[in-house]
Design a protein around this ligand. Structure first.
Ligand code: BGC
Length: 547
């Protein structure tokens, strides 16, 4: 009898053991299947985001074609190629190029030599005095007070305040936005000391950096073409933004005039020129992205005004709206674009700029969670929230050098855990608090790398396009022409892997010899300073005082 019991117990134990083993094996197979599926999604993303040199060159060539089309006629291309009315960049210190190599006839050389000499004689024309700048282009805006010392003094002093824009104002009305900005401007001025008081009858002068597409009608007026970067204020589209700001300043009792309206790229070009005489291109890589460059006025068929004395004109490309069949777009990009505030617009910007990179990574992770249970049996509900994974978080994860990727773990917890915790409380311990494995975290970093690399390499292709258009992508015998590209924007400044990859790709695209003639410089916060400088060089008071 006892023997039978023992046999039965052994049998039951053996069966239980076999069942448990089978369950473990089954679970392992399930996990392997899920992992394989997750890796398939990553691999497909990597392939679709590929940017081999050949493709980048095609993108650059397409950019050149669109630049020509945009310069030929209004509406001729997705690239607006907006005329900035800046035909002379402020010099700060005097750097003159006496070679006149770019001029074709002797007569032109003589006329220009005369103009240069006159400029030397009238050297007081250099920017001098007290100017203000308002820099609006993202979720924050800045008010600056800039004191310029003229020919010998350079930049004497610069102070600023930064204010964030309440999200409801970004999608409200034109009056509400401009009233808010003018009130902050009035506050800034009301706090300044007596030393900044102007003589009676003299108005304060402002350079207005407005970083959205604007069709300018003069250096100090222009109508808003459309909003970008999460702004959507319908009643402002088609209005003159300077007139709107001026009305709002009046409502605040502020006696101030806008002397220059500039895009941030144009401001950066002007600010960059103040320090580097060879600046020819400016690129912003921040929340949004764009580029401006110095174009020969004769190469702008759509310009019907008088040819500027300098023979040049700064063009605000609005390259964020560039698109081409050569751009490597994925299902995630299409979905993000369809669900955006501006579907079909700003496609290049949506591939390369800070507003969107983190969101693309989120979309891929969500698919992995839904189709490959990448974060376990449930899909973390917070991961379904658009823009919850911001590019600064993505950058922090991408730069995590710790062996166990501790920062990635923390960031993923921040993004996923709250909801897990709520579920844990509501539904009990079946829903554990999320802990990602090291293997999972490595994949997250890999995804950040794929998305950032694609963006930065495409931005480099855009730069090559501009250099080609202005003939700076080759070196002619004996030509020692240097070209400085002034760069700014939070993405360029803070996302090291992105900017490193961009600079390497520019070198890869140009080759060693040409690369030696090109330098990429960080023109930190140049756009506000540039706007103040342009306000100074377009000041009616200075024009009256000087020549
Ligand atoms: C705007 C540009 C701006 C760029 C960088 C884009 O979204 O359209 O005007 O220069 O962002 O701020």
């Amino acid at each position: 009898m006892e023997k039978k019991v023992v046999v039965a117990v052994v049998c039951v134990a053996a069966v239980a053991g076999a069942v448990a083993t089978a369950a473990v094996v089954k679970r392992k197979m399930k996990m392997d299947r899920r992992w394989a599926k997750a890796m398939e999604i990553v691999k497909e993303m990597q392939e679709k985001c590929g940017t081999p040199i050949g493709k980048l060159k095609q993108v650059a060539d397409a950019m050149v074609v669109e630049m020509h089309a945009g310069l030929a006629s209004e509406g001729g291309s997705k690239l607006k190629m907006l005329i900035s009315y800046v035909d002379n960049l402020p010099t700060g210190y005097i750097f003159f190029d006496f070679s006149f190599r770019h001029m074709r006839s002797n007569w032109t050389r003589i006329v220009f030599a005369y103009a240069y000499v006159m400029k030397l004689i009238c050297s007081l024309i250099d920017e001098k005095g007290l100017f203000y700048a308002l820099d609006l282009g993202g979720t924050n805006f800045r008010v600056l007070r800039v004191q310029l010392g003229g020919k010998d003094g350079g930049l004497v002093n610069q102070e600023f305040t930064e204010v964030s824009i309440p999200p409801n104002l970004m999608i409200g009305t034109s009056d509400a936005l401009f009233d808010y900005i003018a009130a902050e401007l009035a506050k800034f001025i009301s706090q300044e000391g007596q030393e900044f008081e102007l003589p009676p009858g003299k108005q304060r002068e402002l350079g207005f950096t407005f970083s959205f597409p604007v069709m300018q009608t003069s250096i100090a007026s222009g109508t808003l073409v459309r909003w970008t970067k999460g702004f959507s204020i319908d009643d402002a589209v088609g209005l003159d933004v300077v007139a709107e700001l001026t009305k709002a300043m009046k409502r605040q009792g502020l006696d101030m005039r806008v002397s220059a309206l500039v895009n941030d790229t144009v401001g950066t070009l002007a600010g960059g020129k103040y320090s580097y005489k060879d600046v020819a291109v400016a690129v912003i890589l921040g929340t949004g992205s764009n580029a401006a460059y110095v174009e020969s006025a004769q190469a702008i068929p759509k310009w019907h005004g008088d040819l500027p004395k300098s023979g040049e004109m700064v063009i605000n490309m609005e390259w964020g709206n560039f698109r081409s069949s050569h751009l490597p777009l994925t299902e995630y990009d299409h979905a993000m674009d369809n669900e955006s505030l501006n579907p079909g617009e700003q496609i290049f910007e949506k591939l390369i700029s800070g507003m969107y990179l983190g969101e693309i990574v989120r979309r891929v992770l969500l698919k992995m969670a839904e189709e490959a249970a990448f974060f376990g049996d449930i899909v973390p509900p917070k991961l379904k929230t658009p823009f919850i994974l911001r590019t600064p978080d993505m950058s922090a994860m991408h730069h995590d050098t710790s062996s166990d990727l501790i920062l990635v773990e923390k960031k993923m917890k921040d993004i996923l855990e709250e909801t897990y915790f709520v579920l844990y409380i509501e539904k009990g311990p079946r829903y554990p608090i999320c802990n990602t494995s090291l293997q999972t975290r490595k994949v997250v970093v890999e995804l950040c790398n794929i998305v950032a690399t694609r963006g930065s390499r495409l931005a480099a292709a855009g730069i090559l396009g501009i250099l080609k258009k202005i003939g700076r992508d080759t070196v002619k015998d004996g030509d020692e022409q240097k070209t400085v590209i002034a760069m700014d924007g939070g993405l360029f400044e803070h996302y090291g892997e992105y900017s490193k990859c961009l600079e390497n790709t520019v070198t890869e695209l140009l080759g060693e010899e040409v690369s030696k003639t090109i330098s990429i410089e960080h023109a930190s916060d140049g756009s506000g300073l540039g706007a103040a400088l342009l306000a100074a060089s377009h000041s009616p008071y200075l024009e009256a005082e000087n020549c």
